[in-house]
Write a protein that binds this ligand. Structure first.
Ligand code: AMP
Length: 197
């Protein structure tokens, strides 16, 4: 099963991806997590990406495409994966198609979590507070001002990814403003339908 979770930052993609990991035993491929790990490790990619990520802008396509091309080669991703935060541009979506076509693999679905962008800022403030309460450092890009830049990047570059998958006939939409469990149930219903085909 190869799935993509789409939606703006703060829509709940990471939360739903983690649940799908547990349910289906396939990995979550989050370019954001991988970039943060590279920053933490002081890896060359991390050094390049850090300032861009802190500002809320998108890192260059070739960096994230390279990361994903290598990641899908790992043995744990052979049976499938859940992409979270990638692709974020149409160029990334096209690059992903190429990577998968070379392996004769196909994407089963792109599931968009539809959310009210205005309400996301509150969600993100809450996420920062939760991190703090858990004694974890808050993400720099969860600062409300930076978050607005991330939403702008979504509207400018990433919103076009949804029609890309719609045109391919694999787009599904769920109400991302519903409770975590309701969103999870809606996603499960989509996945179960796909598995029956
Ligand atoms: P995320 O955790 O998915 O919200 O990603 C955090 C940050 O990492 C984003 O704001 C971008 O700066 C960068 N990033 C993650 N994934 C991508 C991507 N697919 N394309 C470009 N930048 C990305």
């Amino acid at each position: 099963m190869r799935l993509i979770l789409l939606g703006p930052p703060g829509a709940g993609k990471g939360t739903q991806a983690q649940r799908l990991v547990e349910k289906y035993g396939i990995p979550q491929l989050s370019t954001g997590d991988m970039l943060r790990a590279a920053v933490k490790a002081g890896a060359p990619i991390g050094l390049k990406a850090k300032a861009i990520m802190d500002s809320g802008s998108l890192v260059p396509d070739e960096i994230v495409v390279d990361i994903i091309a290598q990641r899908v080669e790992q043995p744990d991703a052979r049976r499938g994966f859940i992409l979270d935060g990638f692709p974020r541009t149409v160029a990334q979506a096209e690059a992903l198609d190429k990577i998968l076509a070379e392996k004769n693999h196909k994407l089963e679905a792109a599931i968009e979590l539809e959310v009210d962008a205005e309400k996301l800022v509150d969600r993100i403030i809450r996420r920062a507070e939760e991190h703090k309460a858990a004694g974890e450092p808050a993400r720099k890009d969860d600062d409300p001002a930076v978050f607005k830049t991330r939403l702008d990047a979504y509207r400018r570059d990433t919103a076009a990814v949804t029609p890309y998958y719609q045109a391919k006939g694999i787009l599904h939409r769920v109400d991302g403003m519903a409770s975590i469990d309701s969103v999870a149930n809606a996603i499960d219903a989509i996945v179960e339908r796909l598995e029956r085909v």
